[in-house]
Design a protein around this ligand. Structure first.
Ligand SMILES: [Ca+2]
Ligand SMILES: [Ca+2]
Length: 404
């Protein structure tokens, strides 16, 4: 009882005072180890009161408080905050080439590039969906392919995009120069402009339903020549024939009868635009006379430089079609020279007389235009005067040459 009392008194007094004050941090480690061993055994009652109070209080307070607070607070807070913020920001900015870019509003990424699919002609409505139309420049609007414009000389006249600019406005009669610009039934479209046909053939090709009759044409096309009226045969042997000679009501008496339509001959025969001639007798309305043959054949080369009735006397072989039949080789005899009686007779008899006939055949025989006697419109297989006055030419018995 005595010893215990003394020991406790001295130890507690000195130790507590020095330990807590000088080395709080270091003592905890040493104190617990040494003190417990000696104190519990001898002074359970007294020691506990002083030592436990001071030591436990200091140690627990410093260690637990600092460690837990610093570790949990710093690590959790720093990691989440720093990592998320730095990673996202650095990656996009530094590696734009390798990582898909973020496209601006209204655009979509196709491959590595952003496009506006609403207007991009190569990515219209969807990536890699290119727009293309025949004869047109394609565009993209509201995510759909459209015809931005037509190629020169073309028109989207049917309003259908799929077939592009389907109309050739340089030649379309219904859409000449522009969609909806019609040239009508008597003009045709050429180089994007409506113009009159050059002749009955062009007109007939333009509108095969047109009947025979007189029509306005422009013989030299785009040339300076004025428009004029010509007579057309739109039905015989395919139609499209232009009148170039008509004996009419005249009784010719001259050495050299010209084309009655010198303008037509100059525009079509001389330059070779017309290739075939149609020879026939016709009535006052230019209808073919019934029961009389009509013939056609290639225009002889000599006609390109002189009218067939304006030369003296010519014999030329021709392949003749009678009433539209197969061609037969015959001899065409034309000129204002004299001859013996009929188409088979030789030239050079008498002075001027004149004949146009084909031998041997029943083709039209036009004669006496080189003399004062009434001109005759008979057939090539009879004498020039075989029919007498009944064979005379006149308003209702016309000798005509058409060309095509
Ligand atoms: Ca179209
Ligand atoms: Ca005559």
């Amino acid at each position: 009882m005595d010893v215990p009392m003394d020991v406790p008194v001295d130890v507690p007094v000195d130790v507590p005072v020095d330990v807590p004050v000088d080395v709080p941090v270091d003592v905890p480690v040493d104190v617990p180890v040494d003190v417990p061993v000696d104190v519990p055994v001898d002074v359970p009652m007294d020691v506990p009161m002083d030592v436990p109070m001071d030591i436990p209080m200091d140690v627990p307070v410093d260690v637990p408080v600092d460690v837990p607070v610093d570790v949990p607070v710093d690590i959790p807070i720093d990691v989440p905050v720093d990592i998320p913020v730095d990673v996202p920001v650095d990656v996009p900015v530094d590696v734009p080439v390798d990582v898909p870019p973020v496209c601006p509003a209204g655009q979509t990424r196709c491959g590595t590039t952003c496009f506006d699919l609403a207007t991009n002609v190569n990515h219209c409505g969807a990536c890699d969906t290119a727009c293309s139309f025949p004869n047109a420049v394609a565009g993209c609007a509201a995510r759909a392919c459209v015809i931005a414009s037509c190629n020169p000389g073309r028109g989207n006249c049917d309003g259908t995009a799929s077939n592009g600019c389907e109309t050739d406005t340089s030649t379309s009669n219904a859409h000449c120069g522009a969609c909806g610009t019609s040239c009508g039934s008597d003009r045709l479209c050429s180089a994007g402009a409506c113009r009159l046909p050059r002749d009955c053939r062009e007109l007939h090709t333009l509108n095969p339903s047109l009947p025979s009759g007189e029509y306005m044409v422009d013989l030299d096309g785009a040339g300076a020549g004025a428009a004029t009226t010509v007579r057309c045969d739109m039905t015989t042997d395919g139609g499209g024939w232009t009148l170039v000679f008509d004996s009419g009501t005249s009784n010719f008496n001259q050495a050299g009868v010209p084309w009655t339509r010198a303008d037509v001959a100059a525009a079509l025969v001389t330059p070779g635009l017309a290739t075939t001639t149609l020879v026939a007798f016709r009535d006052a309305s230019f209808a073919l006379l019934p029961s009389l043959f009509r013939v056609s054949f290639a225009i002889p080369a000599g006609w390109r430089t002189a009218a067939p009735l304006a030369v003296s006397s010519v014999d030329v072989p021709v392949m003749v079609s009678f009433d539209g039949g197969g061609p037969l080789l015959r001899t065409l005899r034309h000129g204002y020279g004299g001859f013996l009686d009929n188409c088979a007779g030789a030239w050079g008899v008498g002075g001027n007389f004149g004949r146009f006939c084909i031998t041997p055949s029943p083709a039209p025989f036009y004669t006496a235009f080189g003399v004062g006697a009434a001109d005759r419109c008979v057939t090539s297989d009879v004498s020039w005067n075989a029919l007498g006055t009944a064979g005379e030419c006149g308003a209702s018995r016309r000798f005509t040459l058409y060309i095509r």
